[in-house]
Write a protein that binds this ligand. Structure first.
Ligand code: NAI
Length: 249
């Protein structure tokens, strides 16, 4: 890993593809050293090479964020190696959709552990280093499903709503230490997660939006770049809905 202690250190989970990859590329472009987290090392190594080829800095941290103890240790390792953690983007997430009445305990637990508990674990592990530096920017990637609910996503919507409560509480607990915590709730973004939805569903959703197109990972990365910037120090406890004007329809 880099021994450069002057750059802000930004951890991005779920960085191997989709929204997380776009966030990592954007934060690296903005001069952060990005710690790339996902389960498998291969795609992260490729992304690290891409970032470095463009003059940026990155390191790879392969781990399963649903393993709370292992994930916490991995984050503590980042603080030890770099001597600081400035930015934490809890982006990694999964879906296991199904109607609530038919949903298994396993699918409930897996989605809650991966999408909600992991964020709590990461914040708890990273906050110490942030407090030492009296600076921190935490962003939890929620979803419009967490703001409004969504049939077929009881587990996912509960986890994503849970992130909003976690966000406000952390904002209150750590605000006095120079640490902000905000949530971003993306609407419909074109990634692997949404790739298999039928064309009619995508068309129907697009019609509901004020901006008549689906979102891109870069749309979300731009919001994360602002919320995690040094100048966003007065913005905390908020949920930024980045959905092309879908929820207000
Ligand atoms: P994606 O499925 O393309 O990528 C998910 C990332 O999370 C991958 O890098 C994957 O390796 C990582 N990941 C999943 N489980 C993991 C685990 N146990 N340990 C480590 N890494 C793990 O998803 P996408 O679309 O990029 O979504 C990113 C975030 O944005 C998720 O939290 C998702 O819920 C949220 N979101 C996505 C929307 C969309 O329309 N695509 C809409 C609203 C929210």
């Amino acid at each position: 890993m880099s021994t450069d202690t002057t750059r802000r250190i930004a951890i991005v989970t779920g960085a191997s593809r989709g929204i997380g990859k776009a966030i990592a590329l954007r934060l690296a472009k903005d001069g952060r050293h990005v710690v790339l987290v996902a389960r498998s090392e291969g795609p992260l190594n490729d992304l690290k090479a891409q970032i470095e080829a463009a003059g940026g800095a990155a390191s790879v941290l392969a781990c399963d964020i649903s393993d709370a103890a292992g994930f916490a240790k991995a984050i503590e390792g980042v603080a030890e190696k770099h001597g600081r953690i400035d930015v934490l983007v809890n982006n990694a997430g999964i879906t296991k959709d199904g109607l609530a009445l038919r949903m298994s305990d396993e699918d409930w637990d897996l989605v809650l552990d991966t999408n909600l508990k992991s964020a709590f674990v990461a914040i708890r592990a990273a906050a110490r280093a942030m407090m030492k530096g009296r600076f921190g920017r935490i962003v939890n990637i929620s979803s419009t499903s967490g703001v409004a609910g969504n049939a077929g996503q009881a587990n996912y919507a509960a986890a994503k709503s849970g992130l909003l409560g976690l966000t406000k509480t952390i904002a209150k607990e750590l605000g006095g230490k120079g640490i902000t915590c905000n949530a971003i709730a993306p609407g419909f973004i074109e990634t692997d997660m949404t790739a298999n939805l039928p064309a009619e569903v995508k068309e129907g959703v697009t019609k509901l939006m004020a901006i008549k197109r689906l979102g891109t990972p870069e749309d979300i990365a731009a919001a994360v770049a602002y919320v995690t910037s040094d100048e966003a120090g007065f913005l905390t406890g908020q949920t930024l809905v980045v959905d092309g004007g879908m929820l207000m329809a």
